[in-house]
Design a protein around this ligand. Sequence first.
Ligand code: XMP
Length: 527
Amino acid sequence: MILIIDFGSQFTHLIAKAIEKIHVRSEIISHRIKADEIKKKSPAGIILSGSPSSTLAENSPTCDRAIFDLNIPILGICYGMQYFAKIFGGKVKHASKKEFGYSEIKIANNKHSQKGKSQFAENLLLDGINSGEPVWMSHGDIVSKIPPDFECIASSENAPFVAIRNLQKKIYGVQFHPEVTHTDKGITIFENFAYKICGIEPKIKPDTFVQTAIDKIKKTVADKKVILGLSGGVDSSVAAVLIYKAIGNNLIPILVDNGLMRKNEINEIVHTFENYLKIKLHVVYAAERFYKKLAGVVDPEKKRKIIGNLFVEIFEEEALRNKFADDVKFLAQGTLYPDIIESSSKTGSQKGPSVTIKSHHNVGGLPEKMNLKIIEPLKALYKHEVRKIGEKLGIPYNVLYRHPFPGPGLAVRIIGDITPKKVKLLQEVDAIFIEELRNHNFYHKTWQAFAVLLPIQSVGVMGDERTYENVCALRAVNSLDGMTADWTRIPYEILRSTSNRIINEVTGINRVVYDISSKPPSTIEWE
Ligand code: XMP
């Protein structure tokens, strides 16, 4: 994990985003944090953010100086660099010419290294960056003299010290902002810092992960039982198989048919688990209960709450009905790292950039009622890492590489109120879209694809008849983890055949549209 110490920069959240892009965990924390607290978190590296303040101003933000003695690599960005430069005996001054926007980096070589004292060691931070590459500046102050024992590793036209380092102390600084996209190779700098300087492994090792997770689950659970809500998606499936490998039949996987799944999905999940993975599922057929509670509800957050609560209710009934109820002490969830980021909304001095975008469907109500402890064996992983673990566990390709599907299912894809008839309609439309993608070998070329039923009717003409029927939207996106996404450029040929089939085969739809919005500003689901 990399800890980002926030001095109040408008770009701090972009640092976190950049770190996320290179698949490293990060946490943004206030500059008031004490070195002791950092030590407890044991980050592999620390980044000091920029700031709207000047280090020359009174009351500019500071941090605990003991942080620099923790022997943890540090990268100071803009203010972050100026701040430590002053602490270690360098000088900062107001620049004669403020520098905002485009600049070009000049990488230092042997001659520029301080006093030519030591041989210029490999420039790990700027590895892969060449002189003349664009970097984006936003500063009024510059480091005019670097501290003793630091060396300059890059400059620019307006700033003599654009990147500096002290190899022994493992302290690095850049004057520009690698976190903004205008610094073309900014991500490379974060990769260099994380992988080459902090020694973070860019990829998880499936063998080690599986064995460690199994040992940990065995130790935590002992001879007790674990219930798990299985959705058939990648996350809960991988969690189920991982836990099954650890505790065998002491895992009770419960699959709730809420009537909001894709066409034939429940049967397919049961088939895969029982026939292929040899794991017996407890299936609860509860579609009618869900439809009844959802009748007339239009507000998407209300739908989510109803589905979440009913899920908890059913889950609880099943767990209590289970003859081993007394032994059920744990609830397993397939929570991933992005779920945690997106659902967390911190407050106070440790306020982070993440806000709750929508209430994710989980079974969070259960532990309070049943006194269950949560186990989340995948919570440190990204989706693509979970798939690697799944492969290791022998889970079939079609389960691991199926498109993500939201917990509340088709409920978030039927805009307006939900009726069994609308669900059936959408299931048919969705099935045709997915079938066409598969027929054209395009299913795995997009990250997620689905149909949305709109509460709009429009005029059409079929034969000599005027029709007045529903509109559906098709959505397909490319993404790595669902946090950001771009719409997939599906070939027109596929869109054409999909649209033709939907209108011809699904009674009730006479118009198909394709969604061309990215996330942000849109979300992937329509809700
Ligand atoms: P949004 O619509 O937030 O979706 O851009 C991002 C990704 O998350 C999926 N999604 C969910 N997954 N429970 C889930 O497990 C949920 O409640 C949920 N809501 C959205 C969505 O399909 C997309 O892949």
